[in-house]
Design a protein around this ligand. Sequence first.
Ligand code: SF4
Length: 331
Amino acid sequence: MYPDKIFYEPAVLHYELGTKLREKFNTVPWIPIESHNNIEQLRKNENNQFAKMKQHLIIGVRKSLKYTPNHKVSDFLVPYTSSGCSAMCLYCYLVCNYNKCAYLRLFVNREQMMAKLVKTAGASHKDIVFEIGSNSDLILENTITQNLEWTIEEFAKKEKGFLTFPTKFDMVEPLTSLNHKGRIIIRMSVNPQEIIRKIEFGTSPLSKRIDAINQMSAAGYKVGLLIAPVIMVENWKALYKELIEQLADQLSEKTRKQLIIEIIFMTYSYVHRAINQDAFPNAVNLFDDKLMTGRGRGKYWYRQDIRTEGEEFLRKELSQKLSDVPILYVI
Ligand code: SF4
C-alpha cells in the first residue's frame, strides 16, 4: 500500500517507527490530527467516500492496552500495532466498530505493547495464547511497518506464551526465516475464489493463501485454517465443495498434519448495508431477507435452519476430503 494522504498525531514523530514512516512516505501530504479516534473531516464524509478513505493511512499512539478475555483459540484479545485495514471485504467485522472510518491505523508504541505481553505471559502459571490480530490484518500491516517480523522475534526471546493471528494475505515470505521457536500460530482465512473476487476486495487470491500457509508450516510455524465467513450466495454448495477439494489438493502433508479448522458463518449488519449500497452499488448484495434474521443491535445472521444445513454440508464435505483435519468449532 502506498497511501494518498497521511493523518498523524504529532507525537508519533517522537517514535522510531513514526520517523521511519515519515521518510518512507515523504511524497504525500501529512496532515496533523488531535486523535486517531476522531478525525472530524473523515467522519463527516459521505458513505460513498468509503473506498477513497481506505487509501489514507492514520498514524497514532495507542493509549488503551486493555485485554479482553476470549475462549476460542486464545485466552485474550490484545489491542496491538494496528486497527482497521486497507482491504475492503464487504462484510468486514471492523465496520461494525469503526463504521466508515475502518481505514488502516498504525500505532507506533510497539515496545509498550510488547512489554505488557511479556509481563502478562511471564506472570501466568500456564502458557497463555494472545490473539494479536483481531483488530486488523497483521500480514498486511507488516508490508508497511515490519512490525510483525519484530514482534515474532522479540516475543520468541522470552520463555512463555503463544501469539496467534488470522490473515487473508499471502505476503509471508519475510517471516519464514525468523527465529519463532514454535510460539506463533498463524491462521489462514479462506473462502471460494469466486467469493474472494466478488466480496473480499483487495485481499490475496485463494491459491496464494494456500501456498502461504504451506510455506509457514514448512518454516516450522503452527498453522490453522479458518473457513470464514461462510456466505450463502446462490451457488454456495458448489463453491464450498470446490474450495474443500482445492484445499485437499493443495495443502501440504506437513500442513495437514497439524491443521485445525474453525468455521464461522457470516454476520452482517445495518451499517454494512448502508455503506455498501452507497460505496459499492454494483457489488453483490449480502443481505438476504429470505435466509437471514435479526441478531440484535442492527445485526443479522443466517436463520438457524440455514446454518444447520450449511454446517452439515461442510462437515460432510470435510469428512470426505480432509478427514484427518479436526474441526475446532462451527459458529
Ligand atoms: S482483510 Fe480482514 S480486516 Fe481487512 S477488510 Fe477484509 S475482513 Fe476486514
